[in-house]
Write a protein that binds this ligand. Structure first.
Ligand code: MLT
Length: 211
């Protein structure tokens, strides 16, 4: 059992500011980001919701990430496993510390943050009720398919993304669907950077996921 006092990630927690459906957005930044980066986006996606925003614990040339990579798109699977377990433990401990246990936790991850959110779903299927994954890749190929029957996921990919080719997003979608998740897809016409259309699609999706 995780010690409730052990919140081993630098993070920001913003309590819910309106009586809401008890939804918490778990905000997971991209490479070089930090715990502040996605707070404004979180507020825009679901105004008044509680926000939990950790900083990735790995540094790549001084840039925070959620797990190590050996090269662009080539992940250090041993470190991914360790960091995924650590982040899952953090979310569990934070849910108790901030009394979020009775609500839903939805991840909103961008790039490296989307990849660790996918890794959490594939290894700890009970932690997240769903996720918005902006520009995600397949983090690893699971040996055993998890049970994600009650999980919904929005994948938002860029048709011209030089970092995450569309096939990666489609492959992740298939892995999640095989596990029983309900998967929706949004295609942005540009590349790796987020567009207003991504944010609008995420907002609509979150509204229907939290209804
Ligand atoms: C990664 O996890 O390495 C990303 O998908 C790419 C990046 O963060 O730049």
């Amino acid at each position: 059992m995780t010690n409730v006092d052990r919140l081993e990630f630098i993070h920001r927690f913003v309590p819910a500011s309106t009586p809401n459906s008890g939804v918490t957005l778990l905000l997971l930044h991209g490479t070089g980001g930090n715990e502040q980066d996605l707070l404004t986006l979180g507020q825009e996606l679901l105004p008044g919701a509680a926000l939990l925003s950790p900083r990735g614990r790995v540094l790549e040339n001084g840039m925070p990430r959620f797990f190590r990579r050996l090269a662009e798109g080539v992940f250090d699977l041993e470190d991914l496993k360790l960091q995924t377990a650590a982040l899952a433990g953090f979310v569990d401990a934070a849910a108790r510390r901030y009394e979020l246990q009775n609500g839903k936790i939805l991840a909103v991850g961008y790039s490296n943050g989307a990849n660790i959110a996918a890794s959490i779903m594939l290894t700890n299927p009970d932690i997240l009720a769903g996720a918005v994954l902006f520009r995600p890749m397949v983090p690893f190929l699971p040996q055993v398919s998890p049970d994600l029957q009650n999980v919904s996921v929005l994948l938002a990919a860029g048709r011209r993304d030089p970092i995450v080719v569309p096939e990666q997003t489609l492959a992740l979608g298939e892995i999640l669907k095989t596990a029983g998740a309900t998967v929706s897809l949004h295609w942005h016409e540009g590349g790796h950077e987020l567009g207003r259309d991504d944010i609008a699609a995420a907002k609509d999706w979150i509204l229907s996921a939290t209804r």
